[in-house]
Every structure is written in structure tokens, then in C-alpha cells.
Design a protein around this ligand. Structure first.
Ligand code: 0O2
Ligand code: 0O2
Length: 205
């Protein structure tokens, strides 16, 4: 690739726009004094070394990069409760500023690593001075507990380059189950938690 800056520029624009749009959903809930199913939203453009690494691993050709790598633009939406994920996905499905091209449910079907998240791949139109460019972006929707596990597993992945010692792999799988049990426990006392959150938000006003 001669010019990564040029290639990545619509992806950068898409991430910035989508961060504003998806954070806007949270704002609308809080403005109406409703509890938001979204806790926070982050986004990033995949760094070039990670793109090259993934191209190498998945045998993706440069001329097919725009269609074969779905997460060059990546957004994450964090939720407090597992049930919130469905609500967020439904909100995303109803929008007409992008088109959903794929959904991957790694919550009902966790990955062998223990990874859980709901992925929605979208085709997002970016307005450029040369006209409209449609790019792919991946939205990962997960609970705070799923995010905690994924963040730590991801940093260990860097250390071991994906090749975990058996002991660590087993402990990570157990930790993933513990994170999921935490989500289940929190769901059971959800009403209680939400009542307290409402009470304290009111008190702050
Ligand atoms: P690393 O090492 O890659 O983790 P803001 O100022 O809040 O509007 P900002 O500062 O760009 O925006 O950051 P934001 O939106 O809070 O989130 C950026 C960080 O979130 C990244 O860190 C990623 O770790 C993480 N992140 C967010 N969304 C995704 C995603 O879809 N995929 C992946 N892999 N990571 C995501 P860095 O700085 O890039 O560092
Ligand atoms: P990054 O930016 O470092 O996070 P695959 O062939 O399954 O590896 P594919 O087909 O691109 O990947 O799609 P998938 O699995 O739906 O989504 C890939 C992204 O999901 C990853 O991006 C991670 O962000 C996240 N993910 C998937 N599996 C795991 C896992 O076991 N652990 C963690 N921590 N995250 C996971 P990348 O490419 O790793 O990039």
C-alpha cells in the first residue's frame, strides 16, 4: 500500500461520525430521564501493523482489503446487563443511516476462547469530496463484564501471540465463565440495582 493515510481516511471519518451517533442514543435516553441500555461507546481505526498482521493471518489480498476485513473501523457499545444488548441491537436494526450486512451472536454461541459479544457488521456511507464511499464497520456490543474479560485476554494475546500455555488457556476459559456468572447474578438483582441508580441520579440533580 502506497498511501495508508488516504486509504484509512474514510474509515477515520466513519469512526468519528459513528461515535457521535451512537453516543447520541445514550444522550437521548438520559435526556428523557430513562435508564440508558448503553453505558459507554468507544471507537478506533485498526492500526496499520494490526491490519497487516490480520491480512497475513487470514490471507487477505490488498485489493480485497476493503471487503474482506470488516473491522478496520471498529465501534464498541458497553451495556450493564445482558438483556440490554438485545435492546441496543434492536435500536441499531431500526436505523436508516447505515445497512446491516452481518450479525454474529457470540453470546449464545461463545468462541472456544470463552469470548462473548454480539457483533453487527454495517455498511456505512461516508460523504467525501469525491462523492459517497461505502465502508464496512464492526460494532461490538457487550456487557461490562464481557468487556473486562476481552480486554485482559486481548492483552495476554499480545504477550503470547495467540499461543497460550494450556494452564493459562484453561484459567481464561474459567474466568470467562465467572464473568458470565457475574452477568447472570447481576441480572437477578437488576430491578434492585436500577431502582437505586434512579434514586441516586435524582438526588444528584
Ligand atoms: P489499543 O492499544 O488499541 O487498545 P474520545 O476522545 O472518547 O471521543 P478516543 O480517545 O479516540 O475517543 O477513544 P475511545 O473512543 O474512548 O476508544 C479508543 C480505545 O477503545 C482504543 O484504544 C481501543 O482499545 C478501544 N476500542 C474501541 N472500540 C474498539 C473496537 O471496535 N475494536 C477494538 N479492537 N478496540 C476498540 P487505543 O488507544 O486504540 O489503544
Ligand atoms: P483487534 O482490533 O485487535 O481487536 P476471526 O477469524 O474469528 O478471528 P473475524 O472473522 O474478523 O475474526 O471476526 P470476528 O471474530 O467476528 O471479530 C473479530 C474481532 O472480535 C476481533 O478483532 C476482536 O476484537 C474480537 N474477538 C474475537 N474473538 C476474540 C477473542 O477470543 N478474544 C478477544 N479478546 N477478542 C476477540 P481482532 O482482529 O482480534 O482485532
Amino acid at each position: 500500500m502506497d498511501n495508508w493515510d488516504e486509504f484509512l481516511s474514510p474509515y477515520k471519518q466513519a469512526v468519528e461520525e459513528l461515535k457521535v451517533k451512537l453516543r447520541g442514543i445514550r444522550k437521548q435516553f438520559t435526556m428523557n430521564d430513562d435508564r440508558s441500555p448503553i453505558e459507554f461507546v468507544t471507537g478506533r481505526v485498526k492500526p496499520v501493523p494490526s491490519i497487516l498482521d490480520k491480512m497475513n493471518k487470514k490471507k487477505i489480498r490488498m485489493d480485497r482489503l476493503h471487503c474482506d476485513m470488516q473491522d478496520i473501523a471498529g465501534l464498541r457499545m458497553m451495556c450493564q446487563f445482558v438483556d440490554d444488548i438485545k435492546k441496543v441491537v434492536n435500536i441499531i436494526r431500526k436505523r436508516n443511516d447505515f445497512r446491516i450486512v452481518e450479525e454474529k451472536d457470540y453470546i449464545s454461541h461463545k468462541k472456544p476462547s470463552g469470548y462473548r459479544s454480539y457483533h453487527v457488521v454495517i455498511e456505512y456511507p461516508v460523504q467525501t469530496i469525491q462523492g459517497e464511499r461505502k465502508i464496512l464497520a464492526e460494532i461490538q456490543i457487550r456487557t461490562l463484564a464481557m468487556n473486562f474479560w476481552a480486554t485482559i485476554e486481548h492483552s495476554l494475546n499480545y504477550k503470547y501471540n495467540g499461543d497460550f500455555p494450556t494452564e493459562i488457556q484453561m484459567r481464561l476459559q474459567r474466568a470467562a465463565e465467572a464473568a458470565f456468572r457475574l452477568d447472570e447474578e447481576m441480572s437477578l438483582i437488576r430491578e434492585e440495582i436500577q431502582e437505586a441508580q434512579k434514586f441516586f441520579t435524582k438526588k444528584k440533580e
